[in-house]
Ligand binder design. Sequence first.
Ligand SMILES: [Mg+2]
Length: 225
Amino acid sequence: MVDWNQIETVLLDMDGTILDLHFDNYFWQEYLPVHWGRIRGLDPEIAKQQLIPMMKSIEGTLSWYCLDFWSRELEIEIIQLKADIEHLIQVRPSALEFLEALNTSGWKPVMVTNAHEDLINMKLKKTGIGCYFSHIVSSHRLGSPKEEKAFWESLQKSIEFDPEKTLLVDDNLTVLRTARSFGILHLLGIAYPDSRGPERNTEEFTAIYDFNDVLSPPLMQNTKS
Ligand SMILES: [Mg+2]
């Protein structure tokens, strides 16, 4: 699936790639609207009908990913509410083995995420995956979401990488397409970003079903040596 001889840099998304997207989907589609509705005396279904289209309308922008924005907009401390369901933050199947194998074989990956820094901290604390990464880059720090080319231009200024020798794994097709137009050559999607959701069609991108599929023989040999 991956010719590791061609790869110098590994960029990995967090939510839906290394971590189960169920936590985020459940929070935004269920837990938050119901909580928000309860405060306003709204029926859960009515609350969802009001909130979900509003969220959809700014999908993919930095605000959409910004907890401060939603805390202000909805007058709810989002990070505190997220902590209520912290137990749903889970590493995806075989992702830990994949991170271990990468590290053992000399590829210290870089995390590239649209998640807000407070949420990154919560998730790293909960899962302990931070130690596997050389850098953890939030789009909020770079000023543009991964859906925009400006993110990749800023990323290249902050960490040096050759796009033609870079592998990006991300569950977001818009992000994969932007990265491709920037010149990143090796791109993989995720078949089941949400463990409770349906299979995703990753269209022109090869999908990872299990990270063990990505661990090609040279990497495994390196791991064992
Ligand atoms: Mg993602």
